[in-house]
Design a protein around this ligand. Structure first.
Ligand SMILES: *[C@@H]1O[C@H](CO)[C@@H](O)[C@H](O)[C@H]1NC(C)=O
Ligand SMILES: *[C@@H]1O[C@H](CO)[C@@H](O)[C@H](O)[C@H]1NC(C)=O
Ligand SMILES: [Zn+2]
Length: 738
C-alpha cells in the first residue's frame, strides 16, 4: 500500500538539512510547507488515495459545478420577468421561438465560417512555424474572437430559457458559453500570446547529445527521425540503458521545455480563470469539468481510478522489480517510487519500451510489427491506406479526396519548423479534414495512424450536424473512438489478417505477454493522465499557487503514479510544461475518461445493436454468449477484432453521428446501454494478467505500493539550484530566435 500520511509526517519532522533562503524570489511559506510535505496534509490529504478506495477531492465543490453567475444569471432573471408578463400570449411566444430558431441557424452558419478561418490560420502556423504565420494566426484569432463576442451579446438577448424546443434550448445554452473571447480584447490577446509562447518554447526546445555535446538539435518529437540516426530524445528513452544518460536527457529536456514556461503558464492560469468567470464558472477547472455534463464527474473519475488501481499496483511492483534487477538497489529502491527516467518514456506516461526486458514469458516472441512493416515496404501513405481500409471494412466512411491532398503525413524535408505532434483537424466546412503527423515506419505509428483517423471518422460522421454540435459527446469520446479501433488493430488476430504477423499458436503465455504489453501502454497511462489534470484543477482553483506548482505536481505524481524525479526538483523548475498538453492548453482528463473504451469496444464487437430498443448490457452480453462469442470470465475479450464487422460499424457510426447534440450519457447508451463511466470492462479485459501478476509478485515477495520518496524531499534552496534552472550555452540559442 501507499505510504500513509502519519508516516510521511514523521519523516518530515526528522528530516535534516533543509536550507531555505526566504529572500529568494519564487519562494514563500507555502513553498516551504510543500517541500516539507506539510501541504500534503493541508491541501491534498483528502485528495490523496493513500488508503485506497475513494478519492474525495471534489466533495466540497459539487455545488459549485455548473454554477451560473454574473451576466448569465442576470439575463435569465430578466427573461423570466418578461415571460411572466407574456403568459397567455402563446402566439407571441411561438413567434419569439421561431425568431430564435431563425437566428440560431444563421448564427451557426456564420460560426462555421469563422471556425474555418481560424483552423486554416492555425494549420498554416503549426505546419510552418514562421513569425509571419504566427502573426497571421494571432490576427485571425482576435478577429474571430471579436466576432464571437458580438454574436454572444446578441445571443444573450434572447429569452431562450423559456423556449419549448429542447434542442433549440441546447443550442442556445451552448452558444451562451463564449470561451476566452469573453475577455476584454487586450486580455484575450495576452492569453493567446501566453499559450503561443509556451507552445513555441516547447516546439523549439532542443537538448544536446549526452555523448556529443556539440550536437544540440535533439527534440522529443517526432518519435523517431529517419534522417538522423538514433538521436532523438524519444529514442534515447526507448533504447538507452545507461541511467546517467537517461538522467541527463530527462533533466535537460525539463530545463529547456519546462522551466522556461513558468511565467507564461502563470499568466495563462490567471487569464483563463478570468475567462471562466465571464462564462459563468467559478474558475477554469469547473469550466473544463462542465464538458462532462455530470455534477459528479470528479467522483466518477475517482471511481474509475479506484477500480483500476489494484491492477496498476501489481504492474508497478512487477516493473520495479525488473528495473531493480537491471539497475541495482541504489538506483531503484525496493520499496520506493520508480525513478521516472527509467521507464522508457520521458514522461513515464507509457512504459512499453521496458517491455523487452520485463516480458513475463521471455521465450515467446513479442508482437511488434515494425520489422514486418519495413520488410513489406510500408510507407506513411500505405499505413494511412491500411487505416482507411479498417474504417471502410466497418462500413464507415473512407477519407475524402481533400484529406489525401492536404494532410501532412510525413515530416517535410524542407527545413521548416513545425509542430510534429500527431493531430487530426476539422475545418468545419464539411469537406476539409486533415491529419498532421510526422510518420515513421514503426508499430507505434501504425497504431497512432488508426487512432488519428478515428478522430477524422468522428468529424465525418457528425459533419452534417449544426456547427455547435460538431464535437465529441464529451471530451473523452473523441479519444475513445481512436482507441477502440486501436485495440482491435493491435490484436495478433488482426495483425495476422493484415499479413503482418506470422501464423502461430495462441496460447495462454503469449496472451499474458500481449496483455502485459498493453497494460504498460494503457493501464500505466491512466494515473499519468489523471494526475495531469488533477494538478491543473488545483492550479485553476488556487489551491496550488505558483510558489508550489512543481512541488504539488510531484506530490501528485508520487502519490498516484508512484514515480519520483531523477534528481531533486525546485520551484525554479516547472516540470508540467515539459508535457505538450500543458504547454498547449489541452485538457487531458479526456484521456483518462476513456478508460471505459474497451467496454465500448466489447459492445460494438459483440452486440447486434441494430435490434431496436435493445439497450441492456446484460441482454447484449447474453446474446453474445448464445452466439458463442464471449463468455463472462473467459479470456476471449482481449482477442476481439471488429474488422469487417459492418453491424459493429453501423452501431459505432450511429453514436458518432450524434456529435454533441445529446448529453454524453445518451450517446453512450446508444452503444452500450450504460449511462455512467465504468471501468469494470477494463478489468475483465486484463483479468488473466492481473491474476498472473498477483501470483508472480507474491512468488518473488515484491512489496506492493511504495513508501515516501527520498528524492522529492531533500530539496535545497540555494544559489546552485537557481543557476541550474537558467539557460546554458548550447541549445538556448535556438530558443531565443525563430
Ligand atoms: C512558410 O510560410 C512562409 C511565410 O512565412 C511562406 O513564405 C512559405 O512559403 C511557407 N512554406 C511552406 C512550405 O508552405
Ligand atoms: C566540439 O567541437 C569543437 C570545435 O569544433 C571541438 O574542438 C571539440 O572537440 C568538440 N567536442 C566534442 C565533445 O566533440
Ligand atoms: Zn487523439
Amino acid at each position: 500500500m501507499l505510504s500513509d500520511l502519519a508516516n510521511t509526517e514523521k519523516k518530515i519532522t526528522t528530516w535534516p538539512g533543509v536550507q531555505i533562503a526566504p529572500s529568494q524570489s519564487g519562494i514563500n511559506e507555502e513553498t516551504v510547507r510543500c517541500y516539507r510535505r506539510a501541504t500534503f496534509t493541508l491541501n491534498y490529504a483528502r485528495g490523496f488515495p493513500a488508503s485506497g478506495v475513494d478519492c474525495p477531492l471534489h466533495t466540497a465543490r459539487d455545488s459549485m459545478i455548473m454554477k451560473i453567475c454574473g451576466e448569465l444569471a442576470l439575463v435569465g432573471a430578466i427573461a423570466s420577468v418578461f415571460i411572466v408578463a407574456a403568459q397567455g400570449r402563446a402566439e407571441e411566444r411561438a413567434a419569439e421561438e421561431a425568431a430564435g430558431r431563425e437566428y440560431i441557424l444563421k448564427l451557426d452558419e456564420k460560426v462555421g465560417q469563422a471556425k474555418n478561418k481560424r483552423a486554416l490560420a492555425n494549420w498554416a502556423y503549426e505546419s510552418n512555424m514562421t513569425a509571419y504565420n504566427e502573426e497571421q494566426m494571432m490576427i485571425v484569432s482576435l478577429e474571430v474572437a471579436e466576432e464571437e463576442k458580438e454574436n454572444w451579446k446578441e445571443t444573450m438577448s434572447y429569452l431562450w430559457h423559456e423556449f419549448e424546443d429542447e434542442d433549440l434550448k441546447r443550442m442556445f445554452q451552448k452558444y451562451t458559453i463564449l470561451g476566452t473571447s469573453a475577455l476584454p480584447e487586450d486580455l484575450n490577446q495576452r492569453l493567446i500570446q501566453a499559450i503561443s509562447n509556451m507552445q513555441s518554447t516547447y516546439a523549439k526546445a532542443t537538448i544536446c547529445d549526452y555523448k556529443d555535446r556539440n550536437k544540440c538539435d535533439l527534440h522529443v518529437e517526432p518519435e523517431t527521425d529517419r534522417w538522423r540516426s538514433l538521436s532523438e530524445i524519444t529514442n534515447i528513452f526507448a533504447t538507452s540503458q545507461d541511467p546517467e544518460e537517461l538522467k541527463y536527457a530527462w533533466l535537460e529536456w525539463h530545463r529547456v521545455a519546462g522551466a522556461a514556461s513558468k511565467g507564461n503558464f502563470t499568466e495563462y492560469v490567471q487569464l483563463n480563470n478570468e475567462a471562466a468567470k465571464l462564462n459563468g464558472y467559478d474558475n477554469a477547472a469547473e469550466w473544463w469539468l462542465s464538458e462532462y455534463e455530470a455534477s459528479d464527474s470528479e467522483v466518477q473519475f475517482a471511481t474509475l481510478w479506484s477500480q483500476v488501481k489494484p491492477l496498476y499496483l501489481q504492474i508497478h511492483a512487477y516493473v520495479r522489480r525488473h528495473l531493480r534487477l537491471k539497475y541495482g538497489d541504489e538506483v531503484v529502491p525496493a520499496r520506493g517510487p520508480i525513478p521516472a527516467h527509467l521507464l522508457g518514456n520521458i514522461w513515464a506516461q507509457t512504459w512499453g519500451n521496458v517491455e523487452y526486458f520485463t516480458r513475463p514469458h521471455k521465450d515467446k516472441p513479442e508482437v511488434d510489427v515494425t520489422a514486418a512493416l519495413i520488410a513489406q515496404n510500408y510507407t506513411a501513405l500505405k499505413m494511412f491506406q491500411a487505416a482507411e481500409d479498417f474504417f471502410k471494412s466497418l462500413n464507415l466512411s473512407g477519407m475524402p479526396d481533400l484529406f489525401w491532398e492536404r494532410s501532412i503525413i510525413e515530416r517535410p524535408d524542407d527545413g521548416r519548423e513545425m509542430v510534429c505532434h500527431a493531430s487530426a483537424w476539422d475545418f468545419f466546412d464539411g469537406e476539409d479534414f486533415r491529419i498532421k503527423q510526422c510518420t515513421t515506419i514503426t508499430n507505434a505509428f501504425f497504431i497512432t495512424t488508426h487512432h488519428e483517423m478515428g478522430h477524422i471518422q468522428y468529424y465525418l460522421q457528425y459533419k452534417d450536424q449544426p456547427q455547435i454540435y460538431r464535437s465529441g459527446a464529451n471530451p473523452g469520446f473523441h479519444e475513445a473512438v481512436g482507441d477502440v479501433i486501436a485495440l482491435s488493430v493491435s490484436t495478433p488476430k488482426h495483425l495476422k489478417k493484415m499479413g503482418l504477423l506470422q501464423e502461430g499458436p495462441e496460447d495462454a503465455e503469449s496472451n499474458i505477454n500481449q496483455l502485459y504489453k498493453m497494460g504498460l501502454d494503457k493501464i500505466v497511462f491512466l494515473p499519468f493522465a489523471y494526475v495531469l489534470d488533477l494538478f491543473r484543477y488545483g492550479v485553476f482553483r488556487g489551491t496550488t499557487t505558483p510558489e508550489s506548482y512543481n512541488c504539488h505536481f510531484w506530490m501528485l505524481r508520487e502519490a498516484l503514479q508512484g514515480v519520483q524525479p531523477p534528481a531533486p526538483r525546485s520551484e525554479y523548475d516547472f516540470d508540467p510544461a515539459a508535457k505538450y498538453h500543458v504547454s498547449a492548453d489541452v485538457e487531458y482528463m479526456r484521456h483518462f475518461a476513456l478508460a471505459n473504451s474497451s467496454k465500448v469496444l466489447v459492445m460494438v464487437a459483440k452486440s447486434p445493436i441494430a435490434i431496436p430498443g435493445v439497450r441492456q448490457f446484460q441482454f447484449h452480453r447474453a446474446l453474445c454468449e448464445l452466439a458463442g462469442e464471449y463468455t463472462p470470465g473467459s479470456d476471449d475479450l482481449a482477442s476481439c477484432d471488429i474488422y469487417n464487422n459492418a453491424a459493429a460499424g453501423s452501431a459505432l457510426g450511429s453514436m458518432l453521428s450524434l456529435g454533441s447534440s445529446k448529453p454524453w450519457p445518451d450517446a453512450m447508451e446508444v452503444l452500450t446501454g450504460q449511462r455512467i463511466m465504468d471501468a469494470s470492462a477494463v478489468l475483465d479485459y486484463f483479468r488473466p494478467l492481473y491474476d498472473w501478476l498477483i501470483e508472480e509478485n507474491a512468488r518473488t515477495g515484491e512489496y506492493i505500493g511504495w513508501e515516501a520518496s527520498e528524492v522529492v524531499l531533500p530539496l535545497v534552496f540555494n544559489s546552485e539550484t537557481r543557476s541550474d534552472a537558467e539557460p546554458q550555452p548550447g541549445p538556448s540559442k535556438r530558443l531565443t530566435t525563430e
